[in-house]
Write a protein that binds this ligand. Structure first.
Ligand SMILES: NC(=O)C1=CN([C@@H]2O[C@H](COP(=O)(O)OP(=O)(O)OC[C@H]3O[C@@H](n4cnc5c(N)ncnc54)[C@H](O)[C@@H]3O)[C@@H](O)[C@H]2O)C=CC1
Ligand SMILES: O=C(O)C1=N[C@H](C(=O)O)C[C@H](O)C1
Length: 233
């Protein structure tokens, strides 16, 4: 498969390694100063760039009929526009706030736990995410997906960084050293607490998930999620 990388930073480089190990070819490495992009050679594009760059990269790919896997977070105010363009161009698209298998299992666990806690008013939920100090967005895209999983299955109405209102989920974002990504959800009452936690040990899981999604999407048309790719029940 001929893969184009949009964003050749920490994730772009890790994805390149995994893709080469799986016998794919990298036909383009597009970064901030790239001027000419040849879309004709690409079977699929994988975007791990920056919040301010993702939408532009994605829409250029759709204009050229290139399927897109996007892991960049912090640009989702434009997600609906990207989806509309993809549909208009009969393209293919997967956005995931987190491509790792472990986090996608954790997303399901979070939803299930939320359904069990829904009527237990003595427990208050809170969330914490910890990432490296270079991260541009907060809260993390993964934390937002986790919050949405709770909101969909409980009476919580929204989320907020730090000080949250009564029916809002408080999210604490910490930036510590080179932390690849840790997310925990806590339900506390006056007598006990229940906590679930996912810890990424490195970036390999994110990169492998993105390459797996790229392998899966080629030849398909539509808007998909990692649940489709991983066949999670
Ligand atoms: N969904 C997931 O599983 C994961 C998502 N991420 C997200 O991926 C994004 C990238 O993460 P990292 O690689 O750690 O960041 P990074 O800062 O190491 O790399 C980003 C790269 O994008 C480049 N860039 C800037 N403008 C660009 C443009 N217009 N076109 C192409 N490239 C451009 C930068 O020069 C840099 O090389 C972030 O939004 C991060 O939150 C990171 C890890 C996992
Ligand atoms: O910026 C990162 O590094 C990560 N970003 C994603 C997010 O915002 O959730 C995924 C992962 O946690 C690493």
């Amino acid at each position: 498969m001929k893969i184009a990388l949009f964003g050749y930073g920490k994730m772009g480089k890790m994805i390149e390694q995994i893709a080469l190990n799986r016998n794919h070819t990298i036909v383009a490495k597009v970064d901030v100063d790239t001027v000419d992009i040849d879309f004709s050679e690409m079977d699929v594009a994988i975007d791990f760039s920056m919040p301010s760059a993702a939408y532009g990269n994605i829409t250029k790919c759709f204009e050229h009929g290139v399927p897109v896997i996007c892991g960049t977070t912090g640009w989702l105010d434009k997600y609906d526009e990207a989806v509309a363009l993809c549909k208009a161009k009969n393209g293919a698209f997967i956005y995931a706030s987190n491509f790792s298998l472990g986090v996608n299992v954790f997303f399901e666990l979070n939803r299930y736990l939320a359904t069990m806690m829904k009527n237990l008013d003595q427990y208050k939920v809170s969330m914490e995410e910890i990432h490296h100090t270079q991260k541009l967005d907060e809260p993390s895209g993964t934390a937002i997906t986790l919050a949405e999983g709770i909101i969909d299955n409980t009476e919580y109405k929204g989320w907020k960084l730090e000080e949250a209102g009564d029916m809002e989920i408080p999210i604490t974002s910490k930036r510590v050293g080179a932390t690849p990504g840790t997310h925990s959800i806590d339900y506390s009452s006056t007598v006990d607490s229940i906590e679930i936690k996912h810890t990424a040990h490195n970036r390999e899981g994110f990169a492998l998930g993105a390459v797996t999604a790229a392998e899966w999407i080629v030849g398909k048309t539509g808007i998909f999620t990692m649940k489709d790719v991983l066949n999670l029940e």
